[in-house]
Design a protein around this ligand. Structure first.
Ligand SMILES: Nc1ncnc2c1ncn2[C@@H]1O[C@H](COP(=O)(O)OP(=O)(O)OP(=O)(O)O)[C@@H](O)[C@H]1O
Length: 289
């Protein structure tokens, strides 16, 4: 696929241009979200460096999906009581994503949601072409370039032969790959993914992670919520660990995926080995007690 590394120069300039994630990265601060009087995200700071695969980790219900939805602009952050007068900020490549109009944001970031809606009566190719909408004028139809980009994206996720199938007839794993292709066709500078390996067999999981690595190698900023700590250990550079709506650790995968950090959060006993070939951490888990 042909993701590029454009900076979103049409996004409103940030009031706070310095980014802890470095130039091009994602830098969100003080993100809170509450519903029905319950604080789900409690002043979360999260960075995702450009050119790296970042993993968003945490137990069930820790707030990963909620955080991604706020970062993607799907739901606005709550004002947050933790820092009155200091609202949440979500800065990408030096620009304020929260203030950006929807269409401009869609040219910058792609969001692959968990269990994204798949009941549209459309073909697979049409579903992927939805990713091209931010790149064309409002009344224009698909161009040859749009169709070529969509077919490249389908090819990249191994779904080229499914272009003319009805989306609703696909298996869960096939649909997951189509959602990834739609995001690739969008050619984003920032991609947020919620459990992108859901429904995928092991080979397809590895391919999906390969796609994320290729994007990162092209300078794209990648942030993916992952349940599988083993996959995170093998494939992420930077990780952010949430628990109870707060960040409990963030940094290099080798510093965060350690027993002292993981055991209290997940209530397990972790052992860390070293992969003989890659040198990356390999984790084993046992019940506590
Ligand atoms: N719209 C909502 N109304 C009420 N509670 C909500 C809503 N959205 C999220 N929550 C609650 O917020 C908490 C965090 O949910 P979220 O889906 O963000 O967690 P998660 O880390 O993605 O979980 P999982 O790993 O199980 O997918 C959960 O307790 C969830 O029940």
């Amino acid at each position: 696929m042909s993701a590029d590394t454009r900076t979103p120069d049409d996004v409103a300039p940030a009031t706070e241009a310095r980014s802890a994630a470095g130039p091009g990265g994602l830098d969100a601060a003080r993100v809170s979200w509450s519903t029905a009087g319950r604080l789900i995200l409690d002043g979360v700071d999260v960075t995702a460096p450009a050119g790296a695969v970042s993993g968003l980790l945490g137990p069930n219900g820790s707030g990963k999906s909620t955080l991604l939805r706020v970062l993607a602009g799907v739901q606005p952050p709550s004002s947050g009581d933790a820092a009155p007068g200091h609202p949440a900020s979500v800065v990408f490549a030096g620009a304020d994503l929260l203030a950006a109009p929807r269409r401009r944001r869609a040219r910058t970031l792609a969001f692959v949601e968990q269990e994204a809606s798949t009941d549209l009566p459309v073909t697979v190719l049409d579903a992927v072409l939805l990713g091209r909408i931010p790149h064309r004028s409002l009344l224009a139809g698909d161009s040859a370039d749009d169709r070529a980009a969509a077919r490249r994206a389908l090819d990249r996720v191994g779904m080229a032969d499914y272009a003319d199938r009805e989306l609703t007839t696909l298996s869960g794993g096939e649909r997951q790959r189509v959602h990834m292709a739609r995001a690739l066709a969008q050619e984003p500078a920032l991609i947020l993914l919620d459990e992108p390996t859901n429904h995928l067999d092991i080979a397809a999981q590895l391919d999906a992670l390969r796609v994320l690595r290729d994007l990162a190698d092209r300078g794209v900023t990648v942030l993916a919520a992952l349940h599988d700590l083993q996959l995170a250990a093998q494939h992420c550079d930077h990780v952010v660990l949430l628990s109870g709506g707060r960040v409990v650790a963030a940094g290099d995968v080798r510093d965060v995926l350690v027993p002292e950090v993981l055991d209290p959060v997940y209530g397990v006993r972790t052992e860390v080995l070293t992969h003989p070939r890659t040198g990356r951490p390999v984790l084993t888990f046992a019940p506590r007690g």
